[in-house]
Design a protein around this ligand. Structure first.
Ligand SMILES: [Zn+2]
Length: 80
């Protein structure tokens, strides 16, 4: 099973700015504000690893366009 679901239409190839809970997301490592969005499918083992058996086994990840840091979210952040 692949971690990243490449079939999702809203996976973005273009780096965009995102916000969540009304706050713009800034990379904690390099301070960049542009991210690539991916849907991630968590398999059972991985969901267990994250203590997320209760979740729907989907997660949203943002990949910093500058340094590549991956940030995980349960819900897709809004496009800023
Ligand atoms: Zn970064």
């Amino acid at each position: 099973m692949s971690l990243f679901d490449k079939t999702e239409e809203h996976s973005s190839l273009i780096a965009q700015e995102y916000e969540i809970a009304g706050k713009k997301i800034i990379c904690q490592t390099c301070g960049n504000d542009a991210f690539h969005y991916r849907d991630a499918l968590l398999d059972t083992a991985m969901a267990s690893f994250f203590g997320m058996e209760w979740a729907n086994k989907r997660a949203a990840i943002l990949i910093c366009a500058k340094c590549g840091k991956i940030e995980w979210y349960l819900e897709k952040p809004d496009v800023a």
